[in-house]
Structure formats: C-alpha cells, structure tokens
Design a binder for this molecule. Sequence first.
Ligand code: NAI
Ligand code: ISE
Length: 334
Amino acid sequence: MELKIGVIGTGAIGQDHIRRFTNKVKGAKVVAVTDIHVERAEQIAQEIGAKFVGTGEELISLPEVDAVVVTSWDPTHEQYVLEAIHHNKYVFCEKPLAVEIEGCKRIVDAEVRLGKRLVQVGFMRRYDRGYMELKEIIDSGKLGAVLMLHCAHRNVSSGENYDTPMAIVNSAVHEIDVLRWLLNEDYVAAQVIMPKKTSNTHEKLHDPQVLILETESGIHIDVEIFVNCKYGYDIKCEVVCEDGVVSLSNPSYSSIRTAGKDFTGIPMDWEQRFEIAYEQELQLWVDSVKADEMNGPTAWDGYVASVTTTAGTEARETGKRVEIKIDQCPDLYK
Ligand code: NAI
Ligand code: ISE
C-alpha cells in the first residue's frame, strides 16, 4: 500500500522532496500540498495529481493524509509538527525542528506525553555514504580513539537574506547533528572565532566563521563555515585518531587529466552533493512510517541541535567559551 503524504511548503526543498517522492521513493505518493504562495502550489498539485489545500492545519487533518512533510519556513515548523502530533500522524520536518530551544522542548514533551515517536528531523547527512563509512571506521576502533575533527562547510555564495547568525543556526547545524551522531557523544562547550572577513560577503554577514566544539570525552572539533567561498559546495571532515586519520571525500564520478593537470568535479550546491542521501533519507522514512517505528533523527536530536546552535550564537556574540547544558534525555529517545 502506498503511503499518502501531505507536503506543507512547496518552495525549493519542498519541490525537491515532492520530486523524490514522485520519481524515486518507492511506496509513497504526495496526495496534498499547501503553501502561502498559492498559485505555485496549485500548479504543483495539478502536475502531480494532488489536492491543493488552503492551510497546513487543514492538510494535516485530511483523513487521506497518512503522514506529513514540513518544508515551510523555519518559524512555522513547530506549529505544524505539534499539530501533526495532535492528530497522531507521523511528520518529517526539515531542520530546524523549531527556532527556539523552548519550541523543541514543547515538541519533545508532546511526544513524551503521547508515549510515541512520530517526528523525524531532516538531518540528511546521516544517510550520506561518506559519513556512514567514517562512522563504521570510528566504531570499529581500528584507528584507536578519536582526538580531533577538522571540518569545513563551504557554500559557493549566499544571498542578502543570509546573515551572521545563520552561519551556525542554518548551516553548521548539519555538522552539529552529524558529528554528534558520528562520535556518539554530546557537546559540552562551544566557542566561535571570527577570522578576517571576505570581500565577497555583504554588510549583514561576517564570513567566514569558525565554530569550535568540545565533546564529553574532550574531543576538539573545529568547523569552518565559509558560505561565499566561490569555487563549489565543499564539505570536509577529517577525523584524527590515535592510530590514523580518516577523511570524507567529495563524491565525484570522473576526472579529467590534461596539460599536466588533474581536474576533478566539485558539486555546486547541497542538492547535488547530498542527492543520494536525501533519497535514502526519504525512502527509509517512508519504510519506517509503514513499519510504525521511527528510526531516523528524532525530536530529541532536534532539541540538542537547538541547544548547541544557541550556545554557538552566545559564544559568537560574547567571544567567550560557552558551556552546553542538555536536559536529561527522556527514556522515549534512549
Ligand atoms: P523556500 O523559501 O524556498 O520555501 C519555503 C516555502 O514555505 C515557501 O514557498 C513559502 O511560501 C512556504 N511557506 C512559508 N510559510 C508557510 C506556511 N505557514 N504554510 C505553508 N507554506 C509556507 O525555502 P527552502 O530553501 O525550501 O527551505 C525550507 C526549509 O527547509 C527551511 O526550514 C530550511 O531550513 C530547510 N532546508 C533544509 C535543507 C537541508 O539540506 N536539509 C536545505 C535547504 C532548506
Ligand atoms: C541550507 O539551509 C542547508 O540546509 C544546506 O544543507 C546547507 O549546506 C546550507 O549551508 C544551508 O544554508
């Protein structure tokens, strides 16, 4: 039986996910969509044979919608996730789970009250083959204990709406989630260094920035966030262990050698870089909803990410090392 999905928000990633559900993911169909940009959503609905619905709340309550996907703007995520939980429906929510820690907590509390996990957060890097291989190698213990990680999150360019706080809250949040999953440890402190500003940025964005995280066992992580690097979408992760080093490679399927040089392609955006991870993420989400058992990134992971980005923001604003204090994890998420 096909899982019938309702999508809230038919902007960039909403359209990408709809395309994946329609062309790639097995056993699912988008049956309803909504967006405040009505005309475009109506057109998308028509193209895929789905129903256009006036509001997110209406979409969630439709009896034919089995599960909900939230791909609207950040400040709207919390209300739709809570509404889906209220209707006892599974919900996949793009990051962030909510814009404030308190909003994430309200979602965690709602699930705990229900006694069931219904929420998955869109941290797709956990489904990337490169990160999965890093995890396998770290978990095998072959390289000994992890000591340090050197990471980079580079985007080609960023628009006028992308400001200084977004480097951590919108971009580094992916490292924050995936590295915690990779190491199986929470963070205890954050610091931020603001290097020399590139001339390719604008007034409202200090670019690049360096986020430094410490984990419970003392692992040191540095993440360079450079969102106007010009040359490509480049995600780096080097894990330095006691007996060796393991690094993420960029997926590349061909290279050209000519005139004494070797050229290898670099993806230009996250869509290209993580295409397979997004597909895998949505396929496994559909499978797990059908099996009535969530196993992807949880509301708790969304809460921990929010606590960490908030500490990172404070560290940037104050120039100080800020401790990261995470509540006791409820049994539902253990
Ligand atoms: P976008 O601006 O292209 O699309 C968002 C859409 O939501 C717009 O069409 C807007 O009209 C609609 N919308 C806003 N409020 C709404 C409401 N109350 N009800 C229904 N529709 C509403 O933005 P984009 O890039 O698609 O991002 C959407 C979300 O996905 C963001 O939260 C962002 O953080 C996340 N995202 C995640 C990525 C990932 O790699 N996992 C990549 C890009 C975005
Ligand atoms: C964007 O919102 C994403 O989620 C992408 O995955 C990330 O790489 C990019 O930096 C963000 O702006």
